[in-house]
Design a protein. Structure first.
Length: 96
């Protein structure tokens, strides 16, 4: 049986680190509208079965945010179908 020692920082490796900020557009009459961050594609090949994703944000006063994003794993099949060579293996939502 495999024992996962996820609390041991020596067992983790940072593969990708990126800071992305949403754009705030001023609204007529005051305030701001947040433009959603578009899909981010990270071209990296992983040979692990556990991936940890960290998302952080500054929650505006008076708001409650629970949804952090969407994650999916895709692989190139080399076969074209509907003008795409990508196959989505897994998808899931990220929550705080």
């Amino acid at each position: 049986m495999r024992e996962l020692q996820l609390g041991n920082s020596n067992n983790w490796e940072i593969i990708h680190n990126e800071n992305i900020s949403a754009i705030l557009l001023p609204k007529v009459g005051g305030g701001y509208k947040t433009v959603p961050i578009p899909e981010i594609s990270i071209a990296v090949l992983l040979n692990v079965f556990i991936v940890a994703v960290r998302v952080s944000t500054v929650v505006p006063e008076g708001s409650t945010w629970k949804f952090a994003g969407h994650i999916k794993q895709s692989v190139s099949t080399g076969l074209a179908f509907d003008n795409s060579q990508m196959l989505v293996l897994t998808e899931g939502n990220l929550y705080f």
